[in-house]
Design a protein around this ligand. Structure first.
Ligand SMILES: [Zn+2]
Length: 82
């Protein structure tokens, strides 16, 4: 059973930091992430959630896409093998 992580992101309107929560991680300790540094599974759990900015009261929704990518080094190695 994982704990809730807290993720901070910027309000797109006023730039205020908004606190979101994520349950995307199975880790027995609470962590605090900045959105830019949060692991993909933490962000994925937040997709579609809505928060209200405490500063300007705008409602923001977490949107985005999760992409799967190979490391560039590995791609280069596989090209050489062909
Ligand atoms: Zn705001």
């Amino acid at each position: 059973m994982g704990m809730i992580d807290y993720v901070y992101f910027s309000c797109p309107v006023c730039g205020n930091r908004i606190q979101g929560q994520s349950k995307g991680r199975e880790w027995p300790e609470m962590s605090v992430f900045q959105w830019e540094d949060a692991p993909w599974y933490v962000k994925t759990d937040m997709l579609g959630r809505r928060y209200t900015c405490p500063s300007c009261s705008v409602e923001v929704e977490i949107t985005g896409t999760v992409t799967v990518d190979a490391s560039p080094v590995e791609v280069e190695e596989r090209k050489k093998q062909k």
